[in-house]
Every structure is written in C-alpha cells, then in structure tokens.
Unconditional design. Structure first.
Length: 194
C-alpha cells in the first residue's frame, strides 16, 4: 500500500493559520463568556444573599425600634397616670394646716363666746388659705372699678349710672373670679354700669 503524502503549500498553511486565528478568539471569547456568566451567576447569588441579609437586618432593627417605642409609650402612660393620681398631693399637703386650723376653730367656737376673737381666728385662716393658694399659682381677678372685659368677667346685671366715667366699668362683684397661672379658671360675676 502506498501512502500518499499530503503536501501543504504555503498558501494552504497561511489559510489554515488564518482559520485558527479566527477560531481562537471565538473560543477564547466563549470561554471568557462562560467564565463571566459563571461569575455573574455567583455575583447575582452573592448579591441576592447580601440583599436578603440586609433585609433581615433591617427587619430586626425595625422590630427592635417598634418594641422600644411601645415600651416608651407604656412607660409614659404609666408616668402620666401616676402624675394624675398623685399630682394633687402637693396641693393637698399644703391644705392640711388650714384644715387643722378650721378644726381647732370649730372646737373653740362652743367654748369661746367672744365674737372678736372668733373673727380674728377666721380672718387668719382665710389669709393663710389665700397664701397657700397663691403659692400654688392661684390669684384673684380684681374686678371693682375695672373696665368690663369678657375674657375675665361675666356680666350678671347692667345698672344705669349717672357718672359717665363709670359707664362700661364694673360697679360690683357678685362672685370672685380666679386665675391659675394666668389662665382664667372662673370668671368673676359682676354688675356693670351703663
């Protein structure tokens, strides 16, 4: 058997090299694309994992903040309830000496028939009461001779006056008005000149 030898001409060799050159980048590109796809898949999976971890972290933070706010709300409601229940303690404690004075006066009324002594005792108790109330922020609304102002006064009667200077002014106070820390808590009931 005779083997035929193939002879490559320089043109055939050049052509084969050109084909190999053309195929090589395609093969390299396919390999690179496959590697990139694998990296992208890993990258996408890693990104997904990171995103899920971040979401879980944010959920945990959100739940902690909700729990913390709920605890804060409960604590402030409890403090507010205690303040409402015990807020008057200071005022009540301030009134106890006056209550003691009234009880002593009540006992001594039967024993002591001296009107002047009783009057002095009651006057002292009233002064003490006004002092304690003033310390708590209560003040009397001065009425007589003041111009009528609906922010402080309630007119219960209009009385004709001869003096023009008294028109629109308060002639008499039927019931005293009070302010607590500059807020009117009871309007003074007054008689106004017209």
């Amino acid at each position: 058997m005779d083997k035929k030898k193939q002879h490559n001409t320089p043109e055939d060799t050049t052509q084969a090299i050109d084909e190999n050159i053309k195929k090589a980048p395609q093969a390299e590109m396919q390999e690179e694309t496959a590697e990139e796809n694998a990296q992208e898949e890993l990258s996408v999976e890693e990104q997904l994992q990171k995103a899920q971890e971040e979401i879980q972290h944010l959920k945990d933070n959100h739940l902690r903040q909700l729990a913390e706010f709920d605890n804060y709300r409960k604590r402030t409601l409890k403090e507010k309830a205690e303040l409402i229940l015990n807020g008057g303690e200071k005022v009540m404690t301030a009134f106890l000496p006056i209550l003691d004075d009234l009880a002593r006066a009540q006992k001594n009324i039967e024993k002591n028939q001296d009107y002047n002594t009783l009057k002095e005792g009651v006057d002292l108790i009233v002064k003490k009461l006004y002092k304690v109330l003033g310390e708590q922020g209560l003040s009397v609304i001065e009425a007589e001779g003041q111009p009528f102002d609906t922010d402080y006064f309630e007119a219960v009667a209009l009385v004709p006056v001869e003096d023009d200077a008294q028109k629109g002014k308060i002639i008499d106070c039927v019931q005293t008005g009070y302010k607590l820390n500059d807020k009117v808590i009871r309007h003074a009931k007054v008689v106004v000149g017209q």
